[in-house]
Design a protein around this ligand. Structure first.
Ligand code: MEV
Length: 298
């Protein structure tokens, strides 16, 4: 039997602007999805939802991964620390961990780049559209500038996620991306500078990360949050968690991912205070850390 785990991710800067070619910074977080693969005489996929065979409705990412690697008879077991459909890259993590575990169990010899590429193809097939960010960060780990894929230093401060538990999903992401596109078409003179400014946070962020200047990094995350709000992807619940985290002393806090629900992220060296403030404001808090570990065999 082979067991592999792969991490989820957050955006420090740049979601939505990255759709228009601006840089973004994504970081892997130490919340992982574990997948074991064992040669078997039939295909069986077991997760918290239940056990199925190759089933593209119930287990679309895992079924596609099995198919992509030649539909071997395999028994798959999945467990995850990542909340599903929350914008933290849970579908990329399960896809990459499944590909990696099958790759080892059947000695298929694919390297990490092959797995990241296949993972991206699977996300596109299942979702209709997907950026390569989630599968790339889940495969390689660390802090990465997108689209250049430049590896950055890993921030060594604490990170707390606040989940609104309000629907983030690939469908919602597509809707919000279209909504921003419409706003941009209607008011290009006003919206294009906002998109450019968001891109500039990523350029500055790279320097601030290398200096470990987390208080400046946090201040820019706060401004990035304001501009995501200006683009219309914020919600009352997300902002409540963002403000609660800042009031509790976080360096900075912002939406992570497409918005419209899902999660926010706070940088902090007082994770317990920040987590407690997020919980008091109605969110589910998860204390985690950034990780350089991408997909790995366990
Ligand atoms: C969603 O996680 C991030 C967006 O920038 C969309 C994308 O990059 O595919 C909103």
């Amino acid at each position: 039997m082979a067991t592999c785990s792969a991490p989820g991710k957050i955006y420090l800067f740049g979601e939505h602007a990255v759709v228009y070619g601006e840089p973004a910074i994504a970081c892997a977080i130490e919340l992982r999805t574990r997948v074991s693969a064992k040669k078997s005489d039939t295909i069986a996929i077991t997760s918290s939802i239940g056990t199925t065979g190759l089933d593209f409705e119930v287990h679309p990412y895992v079924s596609s991964a099995i198919e992509k690697l030649g539909s071997e008879n395999v028994s798959i077991n999945i467990s995850s620390e990542l909340p599903v459909g929350s914008g933290l890259g849970s579908s990329a993590a399960v896809t990459i961990a499944t590909l990696a575990a099958i790759n080892i169990e059947f000695g298929l010899g694919n390297d990490l780049s092959d797995l990241a590429g296949m993972g991206h193809e699977i996300e596109k097939e299942v979702q209709g559209a997907a950026s390569p960010t989630d599968t790339f960060v889940s495969a390689f780990g660390g802090a990465v500038e997108i689209p250049s894929r430049k590896r950055l230093d890993l921030p060594d401060c604490g990170v707390v996620i606040g989940n609104t538990n309000k629907g983030a999903s690939p469908k919602k992401t597509a809707k919000l991306v279209k909504q921003v596109a419409r706003l941009k078409e209607e008011y290009p003179d006003m919206i294009n500078p906002i998109i450019k400014t968001i891109g500039s946070f990523s350029r500055k962020g790279e320097v601030l990360i290398s200096k470990k200047d987390y208080s400046s990094l946090g201040r820019l995350m706060n401004v990035n949050h304001g501009l995501l709000d200006a683009l219309g992807v914020g919600t009352l619940e997300l902002s409540a968690l963002v403000y609660a985290a800042r009031d509790a002393g976080a360096y900075g806090a912002k939406i992570t991912g497409a918005g419209g629900g899902g999660c926010m992220v706070a940088l902090t060296d007082s994770p317990f205070e920040v987590a407690s403030a997020i919980e008091k404001s109605g969110g589910e808090a998860i204390i985690t850390k950034f990780t350089s570990r991408g997909v790995m065999s366990e």
